[in-house]
Structures are given as C-alpha cells and as structure tokens.
Design a protein around this ligand. Structure first.
Ligand SMILES: Cc1cc2nc3c(=O)[nH]c(=O)nc-3n(C[C@H](O)[C@H](O)[C@H](O)COP(=O)(O)O)c2cc1C
Length: 325
C-alpha cells in the first residue's frame, strides 16, 4: 500500500510535505531542468522584495564542515517581474507556490502583501523576517518579538484571508518561542523554522574573511540539530500551529526527524545546490522509510516524538522553562 503523503497547507491540500526552501530553487526554472517541480509539495520562491536587487558582492559562498556559508543577499527581480513572469510560469507547470517576501521596513512588507492580495494561485505567503530593519540600525526583524509581530500584522492585514501567512523565524535568538508567540498573536497562520544561523569563516591563505561581507548565513547538515530543537520547542508551545521545518535536510531520514519533532511540512534548501533533484529524492526516501515502519499516512507521525505524554508537567515544557530561567 502506498503511504498517504498528503498534508494540508491552509486551504490547499499538498500532495506531499516536501517543499523547495526559499532561495535555493530561485523561482523554480533552474530546478525544473532536473526534476518535476509539479510533484513536490510546493516551491517556495526566493524572497521577493519591492524592487530588483543584484545581491551582495562576491565572494558570497564558502563551504564549512557539513555546512555552507552564504551572503548572497536577496538578489532578485522585484515583485513586478515576479508577478508578471515567474508566478505565471510556476503555475503553468502545475506547481504549488509559496511566495516568500522580504522588506527593509514594515511598510515594504505591507506593500508586498497588498500586491499579492490580487494574485491568483498563491498557496501561501512566507514572511522572511531575517532581513535587516532599516528603521532599527539594520537589526533583523526576527530578533525582537514585538517587531516580528508588527511585520506579521502588516502582512496579514493586507492579504486575503484565504491565503495563509507563515512567519519564517531566525534561530539566532535566545527564546524562539517568544518570537513564535508574537507572530501567532499577530495573525500568523503558521511558522517556518529555521532560517540560516549567522556565521563566519576566515581564509588562512589570505588571512581575510572568506566572504566579501565577512558574515554569512550557515545552512546544511551542520544546522539540523538546531532546526530539530527549534521545531520541537515551538511545537511544544503551540501544538496547533502548522510548522514548515527546514534546516539540513538531505535525506528522507532527516525529513522524518523534523516531522517527528512537530513539522507538518519540510523545506529542502542547501541539498538542492549539489543535488537539484534532492526534493524528489527526499520525498521518495521518506515514503520508503514510512512504509518500512508501517506508517500509512504521513499526517499520523507529525509531532510523534512528543509522545503526547499526559504525565509531562506543564512546567517541564521548553516554553515555560525558558520563562523561568
Ligand atoms: C544560498 C541560499 C539562499 C537563501 N535565500 C533565502 C531567501 O531568499 N529567503 C529565505 O527566507 N531563506 C533563504 N535561505 C534559507 C533557506 O531557505 C533555509 O531556511 C536554510 O538554508 C536552512 O535550510 P537548509 O539547511 O536545508 O539549507 C537561503 C539559503 C541559502 C543556502
């Protein structure tokens, strides 16, 4: 018997939970040369900004043990070109599309959301909160619960209610549950965990930072335990809020780990850079792993690692513990 891989994303049934994560699949065209993008759960677009931008100066990629540092920046064509060219192309392929948006002010996020309000075929909007806030000395929105919540409210208020909004959080905080809570209270329908961790590498040959911008975002297998921990903590605190779990997924087993921690969808990012068919492969492996352990429906194993133990005292939950420390 094939495993039922369907999961629900807002109003849309996805055929399976495996998504191409933001920034690692462009707007789908590059991936489509290697894999059938209509068969994966959805493609999350590279984060779209109001205007076109060429991104950061090179070098902007550096390999690290089990990871990748990138300072690509939000290179892209801007919302007009995305709506005219990329979105129709993706939809013409039968692909479900999650549009990731990014801004430098709260107003920009609102503008992007209102542009998307009239677009048809958008399955969900993912708010990239890791962008520098121009009104707060470049401090990323995701670092402060209040600021993150303000962005979510601006987006939610400008979008149609049938388009779910996912807030994508940064792991570079001491209390991710507090940021998640502010986003949910401000109208986020779901959460996306995690974006890259801030990192740095120095080239001993040149004795200079390996990236032109000095810092970069760390991704890949090295960050998977951080992603598992964040998904676990947020699921404990908000068991009814859907989570897209992303971070270091390279195999079906990795995806299974995040599902067990509480994610109901899985983003595959860095793996696509060396294996453009990684989403299809991860999906196949996940299905095989589930069949091997006798699971009929992927929905049945979401959050299973929590065990639903009624004995577990409320104070033992990570959210409460964080509050007491
Ligand atoms: C080259 C590159 C570009 C990225 N661009 C974006 C982006 O535009 N928006 C975003 O929300 N996340 C972006 N990310 C973060 C990924 O979507 C993902 O959250 C992160 O890399 C962790 O997953 P992974 O380990 O599977 O790559 C990017 C990551 C990489 C490696």
């Amino acid at each position: 018997m094939p495993v039922d891989m369907r999961v629900r994303l807002g109003q849309v049934d996805l055929p399976n939970p495996v998504l191409a994560a933001a920034g690692c699949a462009g707007a789908g065209r590059e991936l489509a040369q290697f894999t059938d993008i209509s068969r994966i759960g959805a493609v999350v677009s590279k984060s779209i900004m109001t205007e076109p931008w060429t991104g950061n100066p090179a070098p902007r990629l550096a390999e690290t043990p089990s990871g990748l540092l990138n300072s690509v920046g939000l290179q892209g064509p801007g919302i007009d070109a995305f709506l005219q060219r990329d979105l129709p192309w993706l939809l013409s392929r039968g692909t479900r599309v999650v549009v990731s948006i990014a801004g430098q002010t709260v107003r920009e996020y609102g503008v992007l959301a209102s542009r998307l309000a009239d677009a048809s075929g958008v399955s969900a909007v993912e708010i990239n909160l890791s962008c520098p806030n121009a009104e707060d000395a470049g401090r990323p929105f995701a670092l402060d619960p209040g600021t993150a919540g303000t962005v979510v409210a601006a987006v939610r208020g400008s979008l149609r209610y049938d388009i779910p909004v996912f807030a994508k959080l940064s792991p570079d905080v001491t209390d991710i549950v507090a940021v998640a809570g502010a986003c949910v209270a401000s109208g986020a329908d779901g959460l996306s965990l995690i974006n890259v961790l801030l990192g740095m590498a120095i080239d001993p040959g040149t004795m200079r930072p390996a990236l032109a911008g000095a810092y970069g975002g760390l991704s890949g297998p090295a960050i998977r335990p951080v992603a598992v921990r964040c998904v676990w903590q947020v699921r404990e605190a908000f068991p009814d809020v859907p989570i897209i779990g992303t971070g270091g997924v390279h195999t079906g087993r990795d995806a299974l780990e995040l599902l067990l921690a509480g994610a109901s969808m899985i983003g595959v990012g860095t793996a696509l850079i060396h294996d453009p068919s990684a989403c299809s492969r991860v999906l196949r492996e996940l299905e095989e792993d589930l069949a091997a352990i006798g699971v009929d429906r992927v929905a049945d194993i979401i959050g299973r690692a929590h065990g639903g133990n009624p004995q577990s005292p409320p104070w033992a939950r990570p959210a409460d513990l964080t509050g007491k420390m």
